[in-house]
Design a protein. Structure first.
Length: 189
């Protein structure tokens, strides 16, 4: 956990320092005494980041942990920065004028796939999608090796998707919906 905290801290200190995903709307976002952060990360990680950020900048961090980041939570919010969620949500929030864009001095150093063209969001990590199987229940030659293998009728009632309410799982399902048939999707959710 210590290594994960260090990696997250480095990325998140950068996030805080440059207000990477900041809420906009009618209020002007300026860094003063306290930055309000809505986060999907656990308290242990948020506390560590808040302490390190205060040491680095002198600015306090007040955070609220949410299981899921939803657009409606920010329409009349005092949140300055959002951590967690997916890029599709941020794109929608930007188009609805909920986020305020900001291009950092190192904006052009970030790959186009990991930032918004107008500075509304920046990705700080990627989550790999993993398919695992229990070799006691499924022979290696029958195990799925690609998304198209999930369409295999032999896998009916043998697939399990962990936490289908998770943002990343929802994103996976929606991203693969155009690739797989409706029947195949229903088989895995």
């Amino acid at each position: 956990m210590k290594g994960i905290k260090k990696i997250l801290s480095l990325g998140l200190l950068l996030v805080f320092s440059f207000s990477m995903v900041s809420c906009g709307g009618s209020k002007e976002n300026t860094l003063e005494g306290t930055v309000v952060v809505t986060s999907k990360y656990p308290d242990e990680v948020n506390s560590y980041i808040a302490e390190e950020f205060k040491k680095e900048t002198g600015i306090s961090v007040k955070y609220e942990v949410k299981d899921e980041i939803k657009e409606d939570d920010f329409k009349n919010s005092n949140t300055d920065i959002i951590l967690g969620g997916d890029n599709e949500l941020y794109k929608k929030m930007a188009s609805d004028n909920i986020l305020k864009g900001y291009k950092t001095s190192w904006y052009s150093d970030v790959d186009d796939n990991y930032r918004d063209k107008d500075g509304y969001w920046y990705s700080i990590f990627r989550n790999p999608m993993v398919v695992a199987y229990n070799k006691a229940n499924l022979a290696a030659n029958l195990a799925p090796k690609s998304l198209s293998d999930l369409k295999n009728g032999n896998l009916a009632n043998k697939l399990l998707m962990v936490n289908s309410n998770n943002d990343y799982t929802k994103y996976f399902i929606s991203a693969t919906a155009s690739y797989l048939s409706k029947e195949a999707i229903m088989m895995i959710i």
